[in-house]
Design a protein around this ligand. Structure first.
Ligand SMILES: [Zn+2]
Length: 114
């Protein structure tokens, strides 16, 4: 009985420690993610970025581009497109944006290979 009670206490303590450990690890992951986002935003146009980071920054740029292509494809199925300048949604065959007046360029529909 005494042994069982001691075991339960130890088990509860271990669970509590594991919960604290998970909380710390989750916070660390969030901070690393936020650091990565900050680094990317401040270095995505940096031509002299260190080689260590360049490949990942370039991959993120390609992923952002492909996300835009998928969004363009989705809009096209609805007969729509987006203004490259202000983000306004317009009829697909528009030549100018009816919100900002920007002369629209052909819509990017080709994915880049990553
Ligand atoms: Zn516009």
């Amino acid at each position: 009985m005494a042994f069982g009670a001691k075991k339960d206490t130890a088990s509860a303590e271990v669970k509590s420690i594991e919960a604290s450990l998970k909380q710390v690890e989750d916070s660390k992951k969030r901070m690393v993610y936020q650091l990565g986002e900050l680094f990317y935003e401040s270095n995505k146009d940096n031509e002299s970025i260190d080689e260590v980071y360049k490949e990942k920054v370039d991959t993120i740029k390609k992923l952002e581009y492909n996300a835009k292509v998928w969004n363009n494809r989705k809009l096209k199925t609805q007969g729509l497109r987006m203004c490259d300048n202000c983000g306004n949604t317009l009829p697909y065959d528009s030549s100018f944006c009816n919100k900002c007046g920007y002369k629209l360029q052909p819509v990017s529909e080709e994915l880049v290979i990553i």
